[in-house]
Design a protein around this ligand. Sequence first.
Ligand SMILES: *[C@@H]1O[C@H](CO)[C@@H](O)[C@H](O)[C@H]1NC(C)=O
Ligand SMILES: *[C@@H]1O[C@H](CO)[C@@H](O)[C@H](O)[C@H]1NC(C)=O
Ligand SMILES: *[C@@H]1O[C@H](CO)[C@@H](O)[C@H](O)[C@H]1NC(C)=O
Length: 185
Amino acid sequence: MAISLASLAITLHVCADSCFRYSLTEPPCTASGYLRGKSHSCNTENYSECCKDGEMYPQYQCSPPVTSSTPAQMMIVSFAINGDGGGPGACDGQYHNDTEMAVALSTGWFDGGSRCNRNIRISANGRSLLAKVVDECSSVEGCEAEQNYTPPCPNNVVNASPAVWDALGIPELQRGDYNITWSDA
Ligand SMILES: *[C@@H]1O[C@H](CO)[C@@H](O)[C@H](O)[C@H]1NC(C)=O
Ligand SMILES: *[C@@H]1O[C@H](CO)[C@@H](O)[C@H](O)[C@H]1NC(C)=O
Ligand SMILES: *[C@@H]1O[C@H](CO)[C@@H](O)[C@H](O)[C@H]1NC(C)=O
């Protein structure tokens, strides 16, 4: 009996953290649909993955809740002309050279542009810095020229320009997916 009470307590404790967060603040972020991939050559210079024929890619309108230390997956992108970021930034219709501290956020975090031209604080590799939101990494659209023929973004992505990676002191070889935390600045 003691053992089953203990495991019940553990179950309730686990639920107390996650169930509270999901049921009382926001519903969990689940896929809103799936996009059927079609292949096309894409610019894979900096770790981009091209869409594959027939693959079903989940689409998200939402992202996990933003906190003072929001976990995210950081990826490298060039927002420059002919960069792997595709078209110009959704915030200002401009390209941004690789020396600018620029980021794009997954659709839910982009939030219809509410963070456009504002800084977010990124913490990684023992450092912390500010970078400007210039674009959306669409978690809904994908496999088109606008997205460099790559799949929709996962819902927890911060795409960052080379300048951000340089300033964080992350070596070239680790510039694929990188775990960071971020917050509104
Ligand atoms: C790849 O990254 C380098 C810097 O790390 C950048 O100069 C170059 O423009 C990027 N290539 C593309 C296609 O984005
Ligand atoms: C890149 O952008 C920064 C900030 O807008 C600007 O100061 C710099 O001159 C630009 N560099 C190039 C090579 O265009
Ligand atoms: C990055 O975060 C994910 C999810 O939070 C975790 O599963 C993974 O192990 C982490 N990767 C590294 C290298 O820390």
